[in-house]
Design a protein around this ligand. Structure first.
Ligand code: FAD
Length: 383
């Protein structure tokens, strides 16, 4: 048990012991001592304001960041971030920018203006970093915020569901991107960008292990502690508390678009139909940040859509924590609750290969049911 938790439990036990005339010290180690004020989410079909669907650009082998020559230009790829594209955006953007500018190495990289293809989280971070390195950048994009997949994201800072395996060389790249991204995002914390630190609770019935994506970057999840039974306010046996950053994509992406334009960036809206059109661009450097679009534009069949559906409830401003998982309440599936300014997001679907933006009514019902069961039980526990 770490020192801080020991102090908390001891303080709670002492306070409780005094209040109860020391009747039962063990019985006083309860969530009220430290989590008073944490309220359940209010789940009901009447509170639903919309259902969102997005297609994660998933590659089982992980994202691609690499350079090649193309029609006399330097072409740098930066796509395929799966379920962690907002999280990783500044990290892989930094790696892609290194490939453009040579990362300080003489004779590498390429001089000149840059065309960034794509205006999601990945394209915007890449464009901004290149501007900060002194380049003139034009974004070419079919969709701008608020119409990108990045606008649908949760977005918890966590490089989750990024590849089938994090062993081997990709694991090293993954760790590098995660660490760079974590540093960059900290410079954006505050209301202007809609980025803040928040408590996360991973709920389970079994003692939680350390998942693969977290193992390499355990230090990026500060204050991790495992609470059991009455030490936490949730109706599951275990709750792992950990602190992450949390990004509100509508505000965040709007702020990045603003920064890009203020720094002199130009935006050209329209689809790049094929590589011939790409070759005709005036810029000698191109960075491909097209997400799922890379499959058609560059023929990478390794990129597959993974459909995610979110049921969004009207905002509940008193909620200031995330839940991930739901123990027995999840009924073998997954679930999460992210409270944003524009609504309380309920999610947990991950349908590989499903390429439709049509909401699935059965999934909507299930998402509402599992969250309803979880938070009703929490309301009974916290009173
Ligand atoms: C339900 C859900 C929840 C998620 N939650 C999280 C989360 O909590 N945390 C997290 O980090 N991530 C999360 N994600 C994943 C995240 O949304 C993606 O990884 C991320 O949005 C990918 O960003 P991107 O910039 O690569 O792609 P996009 O946002 O899709 O942007 C791609 C850009 O390229 C443009 N484009 C594509 N093809 C062309 C073309 N041929 N010509 C011109 N332009 C083109 C598009 O118009 C767009 O501007 C979630 C995703 C979903 C669906």
């Amino acid at each position: 048990m770490d020192r801080r938790r020991w102090l908390r439990l001891t303080a709670g036990a002492l306070a409780g012991g005094l209040a109860a005339g020391c009747a039962s010290v063990a019985g006083r180690r309860r969530w009220e001592d430290t989590f008073a004020g944490i309220r359940p989410a209010r789940i009901s079909p009447e509170r639903v304001i919309r259902v969102d669907v997005g297609l994660r650009p998933y590659r089982s082998e992980g994202f691609v960041v690499r350079a090649e020559s193309f029609a006399g230009k330097l072409l740098v790829h930066n796509y395929g971030h799966g379920g962690g594209g907002v999280t990783l955006s500044w990290g892989t953007a930094d790696m892609a920018a290194d490939l453009v500018t040579g990362g300080g190495r003489v004779g590498r990289g390429r001089e000149g203006d840059v065309a960034v293809i794509g205006a999601g989280a990945v394209g915007l971070a890449t464009a901004r970093l290149l501007q900060r390195r002194g380049r003139t950048v034009t974004i070419y994009a079919r969709d701008l915020p608020p119409d990108t997949t990045s606008n649908i994201a949760g977005a918890q800072w966590s490089p989750t569901s990024v590849a089938d395996s994090l062993h081997g060389p990709f694991g090293v790249q993954f760790e590098d991107a995660s660490r760079r991204a974590h540093r960059h995002f900290q410079t954006l914390v505050g209301p202007d960008y809609g980025v803040r630190w928040i408590d996360n609770y991973f709920l389970s019935e079994r003692p939680p292990g350390i998942p693969g994506y977290m193992a390499r970057i355990r230090d990026l999840y500060p204050e991790l502690e495992d609470l059991e039974g009455d030490e936490h306010p949730f109706p599951t046996r275990f709750a792992r508390r950990v602190v992450t950053m949390f990004i509100e994509p509508p505000r965040y992406l709007r702020a990045l678009m603003r920064d890009f334009r203020v720094a002199g960036g130009r935006v050209v809206v329209g689809e790049i139909a094929d590589r011939g059109q790409l070759a005709g661009l005036a810029e000698p450097v191109i960075v491909n940040c097209t997400g799922l679009g890379a499959r058609d534009l560059f023929g990478d069949d390794g990129v597959v859509p993974v459909k995610g559906q979110l049921v969004v409830l009207r905002p509940q401003p008193e909620l200031d924590y995330l839940t991930i998982g739901g123990g027995r309440f999840s009924r073998g599936g997954s679930q999460y609750m992210f409270p944003r300014a524009d609504g309380v997001l309920l999610g947990g679907t991950f349908n590989r290969g499903e390429e439709t933006l049509q909401p699935n009514a059965r999934q909507t019902d299930r998402i509402l049911e599992v969250h309803g069961a979880l938070f009703d039980a929490m309301a009974r526990k916290v009173g």
